[in-house]
Structures are given as structure tokens and as C-alpha cells.
Design a protein around this ligand. Structure first.
Ligand code: AMP
Ligand code: MG
Length: 349
């Protein structure tokens, strides 16, 4: 299949391109597009066959449900029922934005979109290309991240090309995404509501709006007694090709330990990658050192996380040592993704 690739400027959106993409989705095709979190791979959410194509293109397990993206609040009621007041309170505060809500689905949503579940995940993105595309496609786009299953999520159109060129109809290149990690997911079908995936909208931010919120116990620890409540969180996800080891502790001790470990690995003939920060990058003595961002502004770390993991894939390193991060604010989403990428391999020093 020939994949159409079109650049779109977010500040001056070419309506013809949006219409072309919308027509593809309406006809049951696949279009990758930018959102504020990561690039999504979109299909008509209300068309089972179209949704099925997403699973095929990504190699995604069929029990891993898709998020339905909407552009207007009134469309919520077409796809969700028994909607609690808390959903409207959260929508008012955080939509459009990086928050996904789990609600009971209506019959309009096929089980092919929800991985066989009677609940549906819904988000209203803020990226203007995304919202215009949703409107041009009939209002409901099912979209997981636009990577092949298991690879780091795409934050640039080039990442989508790497994974999916030739297997999908179109890629809209809207430049680098803003946030860089996937949306926060909250399940509103349980009491108290439960965070199933941390993102830019934190539990504390949600609690300020709707009161007590709980958290899936599997988010930050490897626990074989519990299954993650979001089916997608059980897969080894976000993974680079190399072995990834997180090193946690006081900054000075971490730097010292990573230097010792890297030198040993280099001696064994391994190609080493190091995930450092702006504050520490000059302190490493061997290996391919990349700064992921600055600790003074953790958003910069989220922004570069997946790009760096992909760069290390291209560099063909054998082993990556990464500094660990605080789990406050967006740091929780960063550490959740890093822990999964590392298969929970963490060294406390
Ligand atoms: P992605 O689109 O790649 O960010 O993946 C979507 C995430 O949302 C996966 O982790 C899914 O398991 C999760 N998800 C989607 N729908 C539901 C649902 N109805 N209940 C629980 N988790 C869901
Ligand atoms: Mg994904």
C-alpha cells in the first residue's frame, strides 16, 4: 500500500488535507495524526472492520481496547451511558486535553473497538489538527498510539513512518507532539474512580475536582498477584531493543554507579547508552550519553522520553543505563513508562 504523507502546519491548517484524511477514515481507512500526547493511528470508531485494521497494522493483541476520540462534548452521550456527574466535572476542567475516561458504552460502539469490553475509553484531544480531523471523519475516531505494538510511542511523524509506512493509508505530519507521553486514564465505572495509567493530568489534579481517586496498584510495581486494570498495561510496552536498567538514588551516587557499570560493560565489549539529564550529562565518562531533559522542568523529560528510546534503537546499543526520576507530577508518568520499558529492572544505590 502506498502511504500518503502530508505536512500540516498547526497554526494554519490546510482544510483540503483534513478533508482528504477525513474521507479516508469515513471510507474505513487508517490515518495517523498528531495529538498533544503522542501520534495516534485513527480509524472510524463505530465501524468494526475499520477498527480491526488498526489491530492488524500495529500487530496489537485484540483484547487491548482502543481509545475513542471526540471533538464535541455532546457526542459523549452517543457512545457512553450511565454517565456520572464526575465525568462532566472532569470534562469541564480537563477537556480538551490529555485525560481519558472509562465509561459504560452504548450499543453504538462495536465490541471490536473496545476489545470485547462493555466499557469504552473516551478522550477529547486539544491538538487542532486532531479535532478538525475528528470533525471531518464523522465525530468518532478510535486511535491507539501509531507505533507497531511493543515499540516506543511515536512523538514525531518520522517515528510513525518507521513503523507503519506502507501499511496505512495516510500520515499527517504535524511536527513534534507537545507532551510526549500518553493520556492519563481514569475509570469512572468504579467507586472511588481509579487511575489506570498516569499521564500529564495527575491524580492530585483530578482529586481537586471530584474528590477521592484511587490508583491501580500495578502502576509503579511489578506485581504478579494483580493484573493491570487497563488491558494494554499488561504488555511489555514502550520497550527499546536494548536491555534498559534504571538506577535510583542520590544524584552523586547514581552518577558514580552508572560510570562504574558502564565501564565494566564497555570492557565486556558492549555498546553502552546512558540516559542523563541536562544537570548530569557532562559527568559521564564512557558510552553514548544523551540528555533527556532538565530536572528543573520534568515536562522536558516527558517530551523527549520516547524519542531517546528510539534513538538508542538506531544507535544499536546493547545496554542502556538511565537515571531514575521523582514520581511527583508528570514524573509519575515518566517513571511508569520507564519501569515498563525496563521490565521493572531497577537498581537502588
Ligand atoms: P494506547 O491507545 O496505545 O494509548 O492504549 C490505550 C490504553 O487504554 C490501553 O492501555 C488500553 O488497555 C486502555 N483502555 C482502553 N479502553 C479501555 C477500557 N474500556 N477499560 C480499561 N482500559 C482501557
Ligand atoms: Mg500505545
Amino acid at each position: 500500500m502506498k502511504t500518503i504523507i502530508k505536512k500540516v502546519d498547526q497554526t494554519f491548517i490546510d482544510e483540503n488535507i483534513i478533508k482528504e484524511a477525513g474521507d479516508i477514515i469515513k471510507a474505513g481507512g487508517l490515518v495517523a495524526f498528531p495529538t498533544e500526547t503522542v501520534y495516534g493511528l485513527g480509524a472510524d470508531a463505530l465501524n468494526t472492520k475499520a477498527a480491526k485494521k488498526i489491530y492488524e497494522a500495529k500487530g496489537r493483541p485484540s483484547d487491548n481496547p482502543l481509545i475513542v476520540h471526540i471533538a464535541k462534548l455532546e457526542d459523549l452521550e452517543t457512545i457512553a451511558k450511565d454517565i456520572p456527574k464526575t465525568a462532566y466535572l472532569l470534562a469541564e476542567k480537563f477537556w480538551p486535553g490529555p485525560l481519558t475516561m472509562i465509561l459504560n458504552k452504548t450499543n453504538n460502539v462495536p465490541l471490536g473497538t473496545t476489545g470485547g469490553l462493555e466499557t469504552v475509553a473516551i478522550r477529547m484531544p486539544s491538538n487542532k489538527i486532531a479535532t478538525q480531523l475528528i470533525n471531518a471523519s464523522g465525530g468518532f475516531i478510535a486511535a491507539p498510539s501509531a507505533n507497531t505494538s511493543g515499540r516506543p510511542s511515536p512523538t514525531l511523524a518520522a517515528h510513525v513512518e518507521e513503523d507503519l509506512k506502507g501499511t496505512i493509508d495516510m500520515i499527517i505530519d504535524g511536527g513534534m507532539v507537545d507532551i510526549g507521553v500518553e493520556s492519563s486514564i481514569i475509570d469512572l465505572t468504579v467507586t472511588p474512580p481509579m487511575v489506570l495509567r498516569p499521564g500529564a493530568i495527575t491524580k492530585t489534579m483530578m482529586e481537586a475536582v471530584i474528590g477521592e481517586v484511587s490508583e491501580d496498584v500495578t502502576l509503579m510495581k511489578d506485581d504478579d498477584k494483580h493484573r493491570p486494570k487497563a488491558p494494554g498495561m499488561k504488555y511489555r510496552h514502550y520497550a527499546p531493543k536494548a536491555e534498559l536498567i534504571l538506577v535510583e538514588g542520590e544524584m552523586e551516587t547514581v552518577i558514580k554507579n552508572i560510570n562504574v557499570l558502564s565501564k565494566e560493560a564497555v570492557k565486556e565489549g558492549k555498546k553502552v547508552g546512558i540516559i542523563a539529564t541536562g544537570e548530569s550529562r557532562d559527568r559521564y565518562e564512557v558510552g553514548e550519553v544523551k540528555s533527556i531533559g532538565t530536572r528543573a522542568k520534568e515536562e522536558t523529560i516527558a517530551h523527549h522520553l520516547y524519542q531517546i528510546l528510539r534513538e538508542f534503537d538506531d544507535d544499536k546499543v546493547d545496554i542502556i543505563y538511565s537515571e531514575a526520576f521523582e514520581t511527583k507530577g508528570i514524573g509519575k508518568a515518566i517513571m511508569n513508562r520507564l519501569l515498563k520499558a525496563a521490565g521493572h529492572h531497577i537498581l537502588k544505590v
